[in-house]
Design a protein around this ligand. Structure first.
Ligand SMILES: NC(=O)c1ccc[n+]([C@@H]2O[C@H](COP(=O)([O-])OP(=O)(O)OC[C@H]3O[C@@H](n4cnc5c(N)ncnc54)[C@H](OP(=O)(O)O)[C@@H]3O)[C@@H](O)[C@H]2O)c1
Length: 239
């Protein structure tokens, strides 16, 4: 059974992707920081696959650079890296603190970049999927450093896809309105779905279907797969 490395794999979207892969027979190398990975570990056990956990702060470049090597000490058949961990800090350009800028670039951009580089060097085959955000197509300043980090990660995705396509395919998924941000519930989704062209919000199953498609499609490389009800293409309005 192949092994998938997934960052941010203990909660929310990362957890859903990890559990889905376990259900499809993938072993899991689960990277997390503060959350408890016990539910994913139990899910993997029930699915009959191996799940090993790698706690650590990915904004620490030493930890990020070393993670692939740690995983390869435990697994020999790594075939997928999913970069899902990210922060999401609401500060516009003027209010962005220096700490937010440093932390956001370190976690959301530098850690996936370093993981990709080490994956190419040390694993050398398979596929990388970066989790972006549909807002990469928009100029919304409210989460400024976050948006910059995701736009830059989109660019790295395409650069690496061109450079490595013969051995490592590199794609991304850009989700839209799927889970409410921390501190919000269903009311957030119900309010905001009115702007989405489909008039709906997404579900984690929309993301797992996108992941299945990328895994099953050997001629798809450098693609940014938007899973957003068309939100990136324009906002719905009733005139
Ligand atoms: N939710 C959505 O609808 C949505 C929409 C668009 C894009 N996205 C993207 O999808 C991905 C997952 O979103 P989410 O809403 O599920 O994420 P989330 O709830 O904000 O969780 C953030 C994840 O990042 C990890 N993380 C944070 N700081 C870390 C650090 N210093 N070192 C290592 N890991 C760290 C967290 O791990 P611990 O909890 O273990 O600390 C957690 O797994 C993100 O890349 C996000 O930008 C989500």
């Amino acid at each position: 059974m192949p092994t998938a490395i997934i960052t941010g794999g203990a909660v929310r979207l990362g957890k859903a992707l990890a559990c889905h892969l376990a259900d499809r027979g993938w072993n899991l190398a689960l990277s997390y920081n503060n959350s408890d990975p016990a539910e994913v570990v139990a899910h993997a056990q029930k699915a009959g696959v191996t799940c090993k956990t790698y706690p650590g702060d990915l904004s620490n470049t030493v930890f990020a650079e070393g993670l692939i090597g740690q995983v390869l000490a435990d697994f020999t058949d790594v075939a997928l890296l999913i970069n899902c961990a990210a922060n999401f800090i609401q500060e516009n350009v003027e209010r962005t603190s220096t700490q937010t800028l440093v932390d956001t670039m370190a976690l959301n951009l530098m850690s996936p970049y370093l993981l990709m580089r080490e994956y190419k060097k040390q694993v050398g085959q398979g596929m990388i999927v970066n989790i972006l955000d549909e807002r990469i197509t928009k100029n919304i300043p409210t989460f400024a450093a976050y948006s910059v980090s995701k736009v830059a990660l989109e660019h790295v995705t395409k650069l690496a896809a061109v450079e490595w396509g013969a051995t490592v395919r590199v794609n991304a998924i850009a989700p839209g309105l799927i889970l409410p941000p921390a501190g919000h519930g269903q009311e957030y989704l119900d309010k905001n779905k009115k702007n989405v062209p489909t008039q709906t919000h997404g579900d984690v199953a929309d993301l797992t279907r996108a992941l299945d498609y990328l895994i099953a499609s050997p001629f798809v490389n450098g693609e940014i797969l938007f899973v957003d009800g068309g939100d990136s293409k324009g906002r719905y309005s009733q005139q």
